[in-house]
Design a protein around this ligand. Structure first.
Ligand code: TZP
Ligand code: MG
Length: 218
């Protein structure tokens, strides 16, 4: 069975930004602060090390009931027993991923415009970059809050905004229709990831719009 997921504060990892600190520690601190879902994102990691890292994060997250999603790599997600996978527009098609991971796994897809059609059998859309970001070198132009609002009007998927989101603009992203925010640098690069997550959590809790709980719209 598919378990409901709280997408309100979604941490996407970056070991480079975590610096000397072990990723497990940064992630554990972020969850103490209020992160509700974690995506392991590694662009250069060899498969074996990627699986080992995923297993270490799973050991931290599973007891806390926080889902672990693997960026790009269906094989790594399956090998490590992660909760799901996040794919981009040039990765395997959603329906092919779904066949591989099964009906209960989480499948998320990146979109960068309101025009990109998204299959229904998806758990959420990662929408962005909402704002300019230095974290993703090949990120497209920023959609802005207007682009997010357009997508909100056009889609019944769970929408998670990403790209340049921090404590100064998180409430506006929810206000434009996102169900949650995904952040990399705002937590991974913070001197105190727990406190950074707690600050974002407090902002989200105070924001008018109550984030919806994720469930597959099929
Ligand atoms: N996809 C779109 S923007 C982005 C990704 C992975 C990077 C977001 O990083 P940050 O540091 O939260 O702006
Ligand atoms: Mg990708």
């Amino acid at each position: 069975v598919k378990r409901p997921v709280d997408w309100s504060l979604y941490l996407v990892t970056d070991r480079r930004l975590a610096g000397d600190r072990p990723l497990e520690e940064v992630v554990a601190a972020a969850v103490r602060g209020g992160v509700s879902a974690v995506q392991l994102r590694e662009k250069e990691c060899p498969a074996r090390e990627f699986v080992e890292l995923a297993r270490r994060l799973k050991a931290v997250l599973e007891p806390l009931g926080v889902p672990l999603i693997i960026n790009d790599r269906v094989d790594v997600a399956l090998a490590a027993g992660a909760d799901g996978v996040h794919i981009g527009q040039s990765d395997m098609k959603v329906d092919d991923v779904r066949r591989l991971v099964g009906p209960d796994a989480i499948v998320g897809l990146s979109v960068d415009s309101a025009e990109q059609p998204a299959p229904l059998d998806l758990d959420y859309l990662g929408v962005g970059p909402i704002f300019p970001t230095g974290t993703k070198a090949d990120a497209g132009p920023a959609l802005g809050l207007e682009g997010l609002a357009r997508l909100r009007a056009a889609s019944r998927h769970i929408l998670v905004g990403i790209g340049g989101i921090n404590a100064t603009n998180a409430a506006a992203v929810l206000g434009a229709g996102a169900d949650g925010i995904a952040v990399v640098s705002a937590i991974c690069a913070a001197p105190d990831p727990e406190q950074a997550a707690a600050e974002l959590r407090a902002i989200l809790s105070a924001a008018k719009r109550q984030p919806r709980r994720g469930c597959n719209p099929v």
